[in-house]
Write a protein that binds this ligand. Structure first.
Ligand SMILES: NC(=O)c1ccc[n+]([C@@H]2O[C@H](COP(=O)([O-])OP(=O)(O)OC[C@H]3O[C@@H](n4cnc5c(N)ncnc54)[C@H](OP(=O)(O)O)[C@@H]3O)[C@@H](O)[C@H]2O)c1
Length: 273
């Protein structure tokens, strides 16, 4: 627990702020008066997100490629050196996968693990020390339903999101006496570009919006639910699961062998799709 009562007293670092849920979080928090530090890779859409938030808030852009460990340490150094220290970190960056594990290149495996998990660990370790030393704050990680209901062609995505959840639970316990709260966000289906930028076996973008995302919750509605959860100091925020998400979770818990049989029918190569 570590509720937020007044966002205008908060400096929030959002990683993955150029698009989808992260951008929606940035825009919602800008309207609530939070001071923002925004990160994603340098691009036109990142600049657009920063400019949009600057209409309402004090915004610092900190571009970074989260697949590059050296860059991640450098951006942490810059953020740690701020005059206005960060009080809340939201790690919303993520990259998905649309390729069978045995066909995926090592580079794809490494990139998914680095962006979704390894860099989140670096950010949590570095900023977590700062927050604990200052006596409070919070860290939120955006995981995924896929981390709890595995799906073919997303092995590394599911594994990275599952690892994020377990790490967050351990970290929460370790920080419980420090005044630093840890929130795990588990979205189901949100209308974003996550499937378009998912990596194929050779590292190229999948380029297709999945029907699950097309029919998913609006990012702004998802962001408001996440913000309410963080405001309430919640340990976990499960959002946008819908019937499909709830069914997948229940099936895994109640009938895991049936779940495996159904998953085995999902096409796993281009020839089958
Ligand atoms: N949409 C859903 O249905 C859904 C469901 C469950 C979980 N999630 C999770 O929600 C989070 C937000 O995803 P989204 O749905 O909003 O997708 P999105 O629109 O594709 O946003 C992904 C964000 O991650 C950033 N990112 C990706 N690779 C990066 C890299 N190498 N370095 C820095 N930033 C990088 C992107 O920035 P760049 O401009 O640098 O690419 C972008 O800001 C992700 O963690 C995702 O796994 C989404």
């Amino acid at each position: 627990m570590n509720p937020v009562r007044d966002w205008s007293r908060e400096t929030v670092w959002i990683l993955g702020a150029s698009s989808g849920i992260g951008r929606a979080l940035a825009e919602e928090l800008a309207t609530r008066g939070a001071r923002l530090v925004l990160s994603a890779r340098e691009s036109e859409r990142f600049t657009a997100a920063v400019e949009s938030c600057r209409q309402q808030a004090d915004v610092t852009a900190e571009p970074v490629d989260l697949s590059d460990a050296v860059e991640v340490h450098r951006v942490c150094e810059r953020v740690e050196a701020r005059e206005q220290p960060v009080t809340t970190v939201i790690y919303a960056a993520g990259v998905s996968q649309r390729a069978a594990l045995l066909e995926s290149s090592e580079a794809v495996v490494d990139r998914v693990l680095a962006v979704n998990f390894r860099s989140a660990v670096t950010v949590a370790r570095r900023l977590g020390r700062r927050l604990a030393a200052s006596g409070g704050g919070r860290i939120a990680f955006v995981s995924s339903l896929a981390g709890y209901a595995p799906t073919p062609l997303r092995s590394m995505y599911s594994a990275s999101k599952s690892a994020l959840g377990v790490m967050a639970a351990s970290l929460r316990a370790e920080l419980s006496r420090s005044g630093v709260g840890v929130t795990l966000v588990v979205p189901g289906f949100v209308r974003t570009a996550i499937s378009e930028s998912a990596l194929r076996a050779d590292g190229t973008a999948y380029g297709i919006i999945d029907p699950n995302q097309q029919d998913g919750m609006e990012p702004s509605a998802c962001a408001r639910r996440i913000i309410r959860g963080i405001e309430g100091g919640r340990d976990e925020v499960w959002v946008a699961l819908g019937f499909k998400g709830r069914f997948a979770l229940a099936l895994g818990r109640l009938a895991p062998r049936l779940q495996q049989r159904l998953l085995a029918r999902v096409p796993t190569s281009a020839a089958e799709t």
